[in-house]
Design a protein around this ligand. Structure first.
Ligand code: SF4
Length: 276
């Protein structure tokens, strides 16, 4: 299948492809909206999505320099207040001074554009770069699960491939990069993933082969997942004849990363501007 030149791939779309090729096809190639809830009760599911979004917005504003006291006075939701208080007291210490919140990086991989929008990159030029991702998971994610996520692989890889403008024109060495997941519900126990040249090489090989595989498929070859369980939390389940009942929202994050469900909405021109 020929992907259009302006077709953007992200960790989110590639994760969808790995989880279910049909979901990738329906969501990103056909761009099919489908009127179904993803988890029930929908009001609880939506509330959690909203809380996650508000928490990211708060931290972004803080990183842009708005004083914490000013932001704190506007927080009324109890969960959000707790996350925000813990963020102020327990976020990773000793971060480099140069901060790039919500920065977007991109690079061409197998002739397609791969992009990532980071919550925060903190840089000590010539020495190290820390990727911070804020997660509002209800449950504690296993380290092995996080390590295997496309986000962990794509974010570290793209910072080495496409982050030289954050390092005075010099590409970061893989060993200078570290990724930290700060978990709002487990503020004393973040997960850290250093990087090295061998992992970078492995990621490049893997991502290239994954994208080649997608481009090699005919439209009818995007298979339905064999994991019926994940279909309970997928809006396309009636279309795929995989049931009509949404799963319990308390279990949805076992299947999908809710902090990662907001699609990147940059257009091609914006991405081109940050090409180097
Ligand atoms: S319902 Fe199941 S098979 Fe269909 S797109 Fe969703 S996850 Fe894939």
């Amino acid at each position: 299948m020929t992907l259009p030149p302006d077709f953007l791939l992200s960790q989110s779309s590639l994760q969808d492809y790995v989880d279910c090729p049909r979901r990738f096809y329906l969501r990103y190639v056909r761009r099919l909206t489908w009127p179904a809830i993803e988890a029930q009760p929908p009001i609880e599911h939506e509330r959690h999505l909203q809380q996650g979004s508000e928490f990211h917005h708060l931290v972004h504003q803080h990183e842009l320099g708005i004083p914490a006291e000013e932001l704190t006075s506007a927080v009324t939701d109890l969960d959000l207040r707790r996350w925000w208080r813990d963020y102020l007291e327990k976020r990773p210490p000793d971060l480099p001074e140069a901060r790039y919140p919500e920065v977007v990086l991109s690079a061409r991989v197998s002739d397609q554009r791969l992009i990532a929008k980071y919550d925060l990159i903190a840089v000590d030029v010539g020495r190290r770069a820390i990727i911070l991702e804020w997660k509002t998971y209800r449950g504690r994610s296993r380290r092995t699960w996080l390590a295997g996520r496309l986000q962990t692989r794509v974010y570290r890889y793209l910072l080495v491939r496409g982050g030289s403008h954050l390092n005075e024109g010099e590409p970061f060495e893989a060993e200078q990069v570290e990724m930290i997941y700060w978990l709002a519900n487990f503020p004393d126990d973040p997960e850290s993933f250093p990087y090295d040249a061998a992992e970078y090489e492995a990621d490049e090989t893997y991502l290239t082969s994954l994208i080649e595989e997608i481009k090699g498929l005919r439209e009818e070859d995007f298979a339905l997942t064999s994991d019926d369980e994940s279909c309970r939390f997928c809006r396309y389940r009636s279309l795929c004849r995989r049931g009509d009942q949404a799963g319990d929202f308390k279990e949805v994050e076992k299947m999908w990363d809710l902090d990662d469900q907001v699609e990147i909405t940059l257009d091609f021109e914006q991405i081109a501007e940050i090409e180097f």
